[in-house]
Write a protein that binds this ligand. Structure first.
Ligand code: NDP
Ligand code: 2IT
Length: 446
């Protein structure tokens, strides 16, 4: 088996050199899915995974724009249209200086499996730019978004490809992108998700990824006869996903000890309560400030510059910032300090070494493609509401989100239960694979 997996990965690597993040995501899937393919005649010999690692289409384009000093800036924009077997391409846009082809291909590849797990009809895609929104004025961000959409608009559409937010793309950016699309196409359609509620957005979409991570984490604990109530939780990040993960932890009676950004983390031993979280939301979303400022407001907390929070003793860890933010040593520290459950809010935040540590110590570990699928699931619900020209209440959307996260947990159990220990990586990868592979086989070699 090892030999088949190795040969497959060598072939993929030879075509995708210098794409470490993409190969990392493909390796994790290959190691769990190839043994399943080999055991199942309908998939064996169809080169199905080799087809899945090849994007259906990759678009790369120039994004010129003029900054406030009237200087011309040039960024690079991308859209990776990975797989449309079960629905239109669907996935976020990331604006961050680290964006490159490897990062977006890993995200698009993961998205295919994640979207399949949601039970909704969405294919997988991802896009973005190496544009850095930090330190830019609102008008600069608007001009950038307008230029970005001036090329992207010809590749997307409500039945073709439906982008949304990701790192650096929140409600402000979605607004500017939607405005420009509408102007260029002269059409009001659900071409993006994460829209404002008064112009086609879904209630609970801003909260969905963070809430979904916590619903999934609660489900992992419930499966072991436990729950989040009274648990100590360590969270990384302080953006969209981290904020609402923290909020839902508080709703469920857990104590949140840390949050972070790319400058370091804050540790509040008394817990980040609702008032403190409201302060963080204003600091990050309105003032666009740094998490370090928290300790000026709450002096009993400490700031740890250029550090991640994984050394803080906890019961539950929720990495909600970015890829590869939790390495093997971090995983060892978490396990040693008593952590029994890790739910990924970010995409691929744990390195392969960290995952190995979690698996060896048999703690609950959920990969992002399962545990953070709530965001794109509610995007799918936003698309459904747009098609119906109707909107559901907060309670309705929240109940559907919770139901979807519980269903994803069941899918992971179906394929990942190894005599009592649940291998959520294996469960999520195989469950995600089966639905897409079946659709691809039915549709022929296209
Ligand atoms: P935001 O832009 O709202 O927040 C990102 C947070 O992560 C910020 O606190 C940011 O700090 C931190 N961060 C980003 N890059 C780094 C880095 N290289 N090192 C350390 N910290 C970093 O993004 P989201 O909250 O939307 O996304 C967070 C993660 O969740 C990403 O992995 C994303 O792909 C994933 N995700 C998002 C979904 C969504 O619906 N938004 C859905 C599913 C997954 P700073 O401000 O200093 O940059
Ligand atoms: O990684 C993700 O799932 C997202 N950034 C959300 C994608 C979406 O289309 O809502």
């Amino acid at each position: 088996m090892d030999k088949i997996v190795r040969q497959f990965l060598q072939e993929v690597e030879s075509r995708n050199q210098n794409e470490p993040e993409f190969m990392q995501a493909v390796t994790e899937v290959a190691e769990t899915v190839i043994p399943y393919i080999v055991q199942h005649e309908i998939y064996y010999g169809q080169n199905i995974l080799l087809r899945m690692v090849e994007p259906e289409r990759v678009v790369s384009f120039r994004v010129p724009w003029i900054d406030d000093k009237e200087e011309i800036q040039v960024n690079r924009g991308y859209r990776i249209e990975m797989n449309s077997a079960i629905g239109p391409y669907k996935g976020g846009l990331r604006f961050h200086p680290s964006v490159n082809l490897s990062v977006l291909k890993f995200l698009a590849f993961e998205q295919v499996f994640k979207n399949s797990l949601t039970t909704l009809p969405m294919g997988g895609g991802k896009g973005g730019s190496d544009f850095n929104p930090k330190g830019k004025t609102d008008t600069e961000v608007m001009r950038f978004c307008q230029s970005f959409m001036t090329e992207l608009f010809r590749h997307i559409g409500p039945n073709r490809d439906v982008p949304a937010g990701d790192i650096g793309v929140g409600s402000r950016e979605i607004g500017y992108l939607f405005g420009q699309y509408k102007r260029l196409k002269n059409e009001f359609t659900g071409v993006l998700t994460g829209k404002g509620v008064s112009w086609g957005g879904s209630l609970i979409r801003p909260e969905a990824t963070g809430y979904g991570v916590v619903y999934f984490t609660e489900e992992m604990l419930r499966h072991k006869g436990d729950g989040l109530k009274g648990k100590k939780v360590v969270i990384s990040g302080s953006g969209n996903v981290a904020q609402y993960a923290a909020e839902k932890c508080l709703h469920l009676g857990a104590t949140v000890l840390t949050m972070s950004d790319s400058s370091g983390f804050i540790h509040d031993p008394e817990g980040i309560d609702e008032a403190k979280l409201a302060y963080i939301m204003k600091l990050k979303n309105v003032q666009r400030g740094r998490i370090a400022t928290y300790v000026e407001q709450y002096p009993n907390a400490t700031f740890h510059a250029q550090k991640t929070p994984w050394g803080v003793p906890c019961d539950v860890a929720l990495p909600c910032a970015t890829q590869n933010e939790l390495n093997g040593n971090d995983a060892k520290a978490l396990v040693k300090n008593g952590c029994t459950c890790v739910g990924e809010g970010a995409n691929m935040p744990s390195t392969p070494e960290a995952i190995e540590v979690f698996h060896k110590s048999k703690i609950n570990y959920a990969p992002g493609k399962a545990s953070n699928a709530g965001g794109v699931a509610v995007s799918g619900l936003e698309m459904a509401q747009n098609s119906l020209r109707y909107s559901w209440t907060r309670e309705e959307v929240d109940a559907k989100l919770k139901g979807i996260m519980i269903d994803i947990h069941k899918s992971c159990l179906k394929y990942g239960d190894e005599a009592g220990f649940v291998n959520y990586v294996k469960g999520a990868n195989i469950a995600g694979f089966v639905k897409v592979a079946d659709a691809m086989l039915a549709q022929g070699v296209v």
